[in-house]
Design a protein around this ligand. Structure first.
Ligand code: PMV
Length: 335
């Protein structure tokens, strides 16, 4: 691909062990390690194109209903800051046109900032001719402010060991997608943008009386999930993943002020997943910072999961996804 214009597809990810709480916003260092599965179909596609000198930067947002339209000031601001970071590293001064499209609802707990900043970072580095190694890309994506974007620059199962004692921390793949073809059925129970951003959630986490205890438990959870992935042990995965999901929301709910991401249907989906397990279907539930429930399962159980979740009152849409291979470049430009 020629420098000057590049389009990248960046995947979302679902955290099995959650990143929640930041120790340093300048370098976006998390309070704890996290571990996720990169998704395949919930992706952001972003085109970055260099323009002639003297023109202003342009930021476009594409939706199925309206096509390309100017991005909102909030989205444009985040994109602009990340573009500027890459531009400075690349020693480029030219203005850019950036266009972005998501395949899934934005800001509802399907990690649109992770996929968005992974796609933007890959596209911008290629458009500016500033190519970095996987560690460099992960660190650069994280600097966007969306720490989880550090994990979306890689495919498969990804550990972000970031801690205050390791400021250069980059995410790394612990197993490729081919190792375990897990599926993720996302039960969308609310598609409105969330009232409390993850950024605010990271800040408030420290006010929960249970947060320090959570930090003590994380290393054991990481180890549990790593081993479950290594052995493809769904029962062990279920235990750790569901403890983690409840724990994240326990911290959010017990923060001051309290943050409640769940809707009544969130709980109904969790109950449906527990019933599926009682009926012998291997499935477990996790929830990022939003009301929607990510139901993990083996490919053989996916149709039973879908059939059960379709019947849950309050489920608006089911998105069927699975583990993916990470970002890639495409010539299918958005502008
Ligand atoms: O990367 P951020 O700042 O959008 O935070 C992500 C937080 C969670 O999605 C709740 C957890 C995670 O590890 O992805």
């Amino acid at each position: 691909m020629n420098a000057g214009k590049a389009t990248a597809v960046g995947p979302s990810n679902i955290a099995f062990v959650k990143y929640w709480g930041v120790v340093d916003w300048d370098s976006v260092l998390p309070a704890s390690q996290s571990l996720s599965m990169t998704l395949s179909d919930c992706v952001t596609r972003t085109t970055v194109e260099l323009l002639e000198d003297g023109r202003p930067d342009e930021f476009w947002w594409s939706t199925a209903s309206a096509g390309l339209a100017p991005a909102s000031p909030e989205i444009a601001d985040g994109i602009s800051k990340q573009v500027q970071r890459v531009r400075e590293l690349a020693g480029v001064t030219q203005p850019v046109r950036v266009a972005t499209a998501n395949t899934f609802p934005t800001g509802v707990g399907i990690a649109s900032s992770a996929s968005g900043y992974a796609a933007l970072t890959v596209a911008a580095t290629h458009a500016f001719g500033y190519l970095c190694d996987p560690d460099g890309l992960s660190r650069l994506a994280r600097r966007s402010g969306s720490g989880s974007a550090a994990r979306s620059t890689l495919g498969g199962y990804v550990l972000w060991p970031g801690t205050a004692s390791d400021p250069g921390s980059a995410a790394r793949q612990i197993a490729p997608a081919s190792h375990w073809k897990l599926r993720n059925v996302i039960a969308v129970v609310g598609s409105e943008p969330k009232l409390v951003s993850s950024r605010e959630g990271h800040r408030l986490a420290w006010t929960s009386p249970y947060f320090q205890r959570r930090l003590q438990l994380i290393p054991e959870r990481i180890e549990g999930v790593r081993q479950a992935i290594a052995m493809r042990d769904f029962a062990a995965l279920t235990l750790a993943v569901e403890q983690e999901a409840i724990d994240l929301h326990l911290i959010a709910m017990s923060a001051e002020p309290s943050v409640l991401y769940w809707r009544p249907a969130t709980l109904s989906v969790i109950e449906a997943v527990r019933k599926l397990r009682r009926d012998g279907v291997e499935a477990c539930a996790t929830i990022d910072a939003g009301p929607n429930v990510h139901v993990l399962c083996e490919p053989a159980g996916e149709s039973q999961v879908i059939q059960a979740l379709e019947k849950v009152p309050g489920v608006q849409e089911l998105i069927s996804d699975g583990v993916g291979n990470g970002p890639y470049l495409t010539s299918d430009h958005l502008c």
